[in-house]
Design a protein around this ligand. Structure first.
Ligand code: 4AD
Ligand code: MG
Length: 462
């Protein structure tokens, strides 16, 4: 018989039928009446199923009495009404096969609670805890619903390259990809490294964003999105930064900034509704144990329209605030996380879309506004997280784009393909990037971004 997922067994209405379940023991409790209760989890849902093991099972004394948390077993038995409280259904075992024991003296995830810092040192085992099981299921739901959302709206999923020769954000901080031997570098007489000898015959890096390639496909296919890993070599040791993170980047042809903001709101609200609909028990756990009020907040934000204000208005609000900021707000500054959070948490208590930032603090590809001081940029700020989305309308005018590149210290000749999109059939277009881990943080209430990705990569953490 094939195994049944515990998720399906727990909501089954059949009784007295033979079933098979397999998973990892969470606890075992021996009763005086000659039987044991085993709490079994297989990861298919938050809940465990209770297994009733009588001492007349042939291997009871030898095996079942030695089952400790972390052991893996396969149970054959009957699905019956549970007499105990706490569950409707349980398995009355007719056979239990031990697949693997776990020595309670060595297994790090016994009964005692372990904090998240310590769990980070065992990423291979933390998936077996309640928190990380729940995180993984929420992450999956958000992934699946991302694809569903865009698919249903006619967006094509485009796989943009991970190894790249250009720097999308124009900001450096990229991880280099090379097959050169660092101990044996061939250099030009000028002292520069000779990348002709390298694998690609030029300098190559891990991408910081799929946007530039995404734009090429949007300017041929209309609406596209990318969903892939991105890499940033900034030395940021915060609870919102990773060196390797996943980004969702939609790009729309024939669209402007307001369309971009509409899409961002629809997308986030779809995800909030979906996670409420599909991850009930996981969210309940996070609500009770990690962030009180989480579910009520998601329910509220799934409905309410997001506030939209310009950067200039946002700065005016911050200047009036009584809050003693570390960085004093003034027009022209790059907002710090303290400012973003103040707007989203104290002033608006919900998502805020901030638009039209000063050109000097934004990337070269953002469309210059008529005031010549600002660009058609947009950031979406969320309570507790700060910036979750960064996007813009793109500069589709060739001459403006070339000027903006020069002003940013970039050499237009290094971006021939990007310029071609403006030379041949240029169209207004817009898009954004959503930081997927920050989304998972928001939907779970998890404090540290390193706890919402299976294997976090951060400075000095691999
Ligand atoms: O604002 P960013 O840098 O925008 C871009 O990369 C654009 N090319 C996107 C586009 O328009 N297609 O990054 C987008 C989002 C941020 O809002 C943030 O949520 C997330 O990516 N992000 C990070 N998440 C985790 N760790 C980091 N180091 C991050 N850097 C950015
Ligand atoms: Mg940004």
């Amino acid at each position: 018989m094939k195994r049944h997922r515990i998720k399906n067994l727990l909501c089954s209405t059949e009784r007295g039928v033979p079933v098979v379940a397999a998973g990892w023991v969470r606890t075992r409790r021996d009763s005086k009446g000659g039987f044991s209760f085993i709490e079994l989890n297989d990861g298919s849902c938050f809940e465990n199923i209770q297994v009733l093991a009588f001492n007349h099972l042939p291997n009871y004394t030898e095996d079942i009495g030695r089952l400790h948390p972390g052991a893996s077993i396969k149970v054959t038995g009957l699905l019956v009404d549970s007499e105990g409280s706490g569950q409707n259904v349980e398995i009355k075992a007719t056979a239990i096969k031990v697949l693997g024991f776990a020595d309670p003296m060595e297994y790090p995830l016994g009964k005692q609670r372990i904090n998240f810092e310590l769990l980070r040192e065992m990423p291979h085992l933390r998936a077996r805890t309640n928190s990380f099981g729940a995180m993984a299921r929420v992450r999956h739901c958000l992934t699946f619903e991302t694809h569903r959302f865009f698919h249903d709206r006619g967006f094509l999923c485009v796989h943009t390259p991970i190894i790249t020769g250009n720097d999308c954000e124009g900001a450096g901080a990229m991880f280099q990809v090379t097959t050169l031997d660092p101990a044996n570098l061939k250099k030009h007489p000028s002292g520069q490294i000779d990348y002709n000898e390298d694998f690609f015959g030029q300098r190559a890096s891990l991408t910081v964003s799929g946007q530039l390639e995404g734009e090429a496909y949007a300017c041929a296919l209309g609406d596209i999105y990318t969903f892939g890993p991105t890499f940033r070599a900034e030395n940021s040791n915060t609870r919102r930064h990773l060196s390797e993170f996943w980004m969702v980047e939609p790009e729309m042809a024939f669209a402007e900034l307001s369309d971009d903001a509409d899409l961002a709101q629809d997308f986030l609200q779809h995800l909030f509704s979906a996670v409420l609909q599909h991850c009930g028990s996981d969210l309940k756990f996070f609500d009770q144990r990690v962030r009180p009020g989480l579910i009520a907040r998601l329910e509220r934000l799934a409905q309410a329209a997001f506030t939209r204000i310009s950067y200039t208005e946002a700065i005016a609000l911050l200047e009036k605030a009584e809050q003693p900021f570390v960085f004093k707000p003034h027009w022209g500054m790059d907002m710090q996380s303290e400012h973003e959070r103040y707007l989203a948490e104290q002033i608006f208590d919900g998502p805020v879309v901030v638009t039209d930032y000063p050109k000097a603090i934004k990337a070269f590809y953002m469309r210059r506004n008529d005031d010549e001081r600002t660009v058609a940029a947009m950031d979406v700020l969320l309570p507790g997280v700060g910036e979750i989305i960064g996007g813009s309308q793109r500069e589709e005018r060739l001459d403006h784009l070339i000027n903006a590149m020069r002003e940013s210290g970039l050499e237009p000749a290094d971006y021939p393909e990007y310029l071609d999109l403006r030379r041949y059939g240029s169209v207004p277009h817009a898009g954004f990037g959503l930081g997927f881990e920050r989304l998972v943080q928001f939907c779970t209430g998890m404090q540290n971004i390193r706890d919402v990705i299976p294997y976090p990569r951060a400075p000095r953490q691999l």
